[in-house]
Design a protein around this ligand. Structure first.
Ligand code: SF4
Length: 354
């Protein structure tokens, strides 16, 4: 049975994702004409739901290292000997200043990321509350945080302080998770996602690809993300860190990365698909095609423990392809935000030289 691209595109434009059987067939494609048809279809579906607007994310690594958890891809785990920085939570003012700088560079969703199993005590919660308030008042950016396994009372409190999005990756497929993470379970990850969804938060959840999982397991993860109705899928490609158990591991080619992005677009046609860590190392010369493959967002600037690429190059790439930066979309902006920031999209030419 060959895939009916016309029909898949029509269904995708209506917001209907492909079936498991179609997804499993899609990931076997290798012939150049099939890959071109796949990318053409994924791009059409992205255009139908996202137009020419790109989500831009930035992060603060607000608390780094000495994490008691054991995730084999992560250089911040205390179980591994790595060169990741180690420090306690930054002051709220420092986090807000990083957010301001990111805003000037075109970032419109800013995430506070903290190493650790969970954030559940003072003074960390109070620092986060203050940082969220400052970021909302000073920039109007979408606020996000990635804080480990979260309980409902803490999330409620942070939401009240202005946290709009919650990021929490499932990391990988359920059937592969125990080979990557040994200190908490896949169900723990799922419960955090469900709690944030129940609170009406915009939930950003995806994984890291290229850790040894099979194509069927990539499909499995995509289907689970659809079942959880996550709002946004961050797509990371393994950039194996020295000192971690995955050191030296590299099994993705640029074409594999494009197929993973297209798979996610066609399984989750209406959702935000955001390309994050490892894109430089894994997509390489094909980075220019990540939007064609169906992505509608990217992380700008540095990642958690590794340097990102020059933001000006990302701006140039988006501008060349006729994109604008999407304004914060998920919650009305407070009246203190200047009108210019309320525009539908930010013209990339306007960011030049900042
Ligand atoms: S991924 Fe998060 S929970 Fe896992 S070791 Fe790294 S910081 Fe800790």
């Amino acid at each position: 049975m060959s895939l009916n691209w016309t029909e898949i595109e029509a269904r995708g434009a209506r917001g209907e994702g492909i079936s498991e059987a179609e997804a499993l067939q899609l990931v076997t494609l290798t012939a150049p004409e099939d890959i071109e048809a796949l990318l053409r279809t994924a791009e059409a579906v992205r255009l139908a739901h996202k137009g020419k607007a790109i989500n831009t994310c930035g992060i603060s690594n607000a608390k780094s290292g000495r994490c008691p958890e054991k995730c084999n891809f992560c250089s911040q785990s205390a179980h591994f000997s790595t060169e990741a920085p180690v420090y306690a939570i930054k002051p709220a003012e420092e986090i807000a200043a990083e957010a301001q700088a990111a805003f000037q560079a075109g970032v419109r969703e800013f995430s506070i990321v903290m190493a650790g199993r969970a954030i559940d005590k003072e003074p960390e919660l109070a620092v986060l509350e203050s940082a969220f308030r400052q970021i909302r008042e000073q920039t109007g950016m979408q606020t996000c945080a990635s804080l480990g396994l979260m309980q409902r009372p803490q999330l409620e409190r942070l939401k009240a302080a202005g946290m709009q999005s919650m990021h929490h990756n499932l990391e990988t497929a359920r059937s592969f998770h125990s080979q990557i993470v040994s200190t908490h379970s896949y169900d723990d990850e799922v419960q955090t996602v469900k709690t944030a969804k129940e609170l009406g938060m915009y939930v950003c959840s995806g994984g890291i690809f290229g850790m040894g999982e099979s194509w069927a397991q990539r499909v499995e993860l995509a289907l689970d993300l659809r079942a959880l109705d996550v709002d946004s899928v961050p797509v990371n490609f393994l950039n194996a860190r020295p000192g971690t158990p995955l050191e030296g591991h590299k099994d993705l080619q640029p074409l594999d990365c494009l197929k993973i992005i297209a798979l996610l677009r066609l399984v989750l046609p209406t959702k935000d698909i955001i390309v994050c860590g490892g894109r430089e190392q894994n997509l390489g010369h094909e980075q220019g095609r990540m939007f064609e493959a169906g992505a509608n967002g990217l992380m700008l600037g540095n990642y958690l423990t590794t340097a990102g690429q020059d933001i000006a190059r990302d701006h140039a790439r988006m501008e060349e392809q006729g994109f604008v930066i999407r304004a914060p979309p998920h919650q009305p902006l407070p009246p203190s935000v200047p009108p210019a920031i309320r525009a539908e999209g930010t013209d990339l030419a306007g960011l030049r030289g900042k």
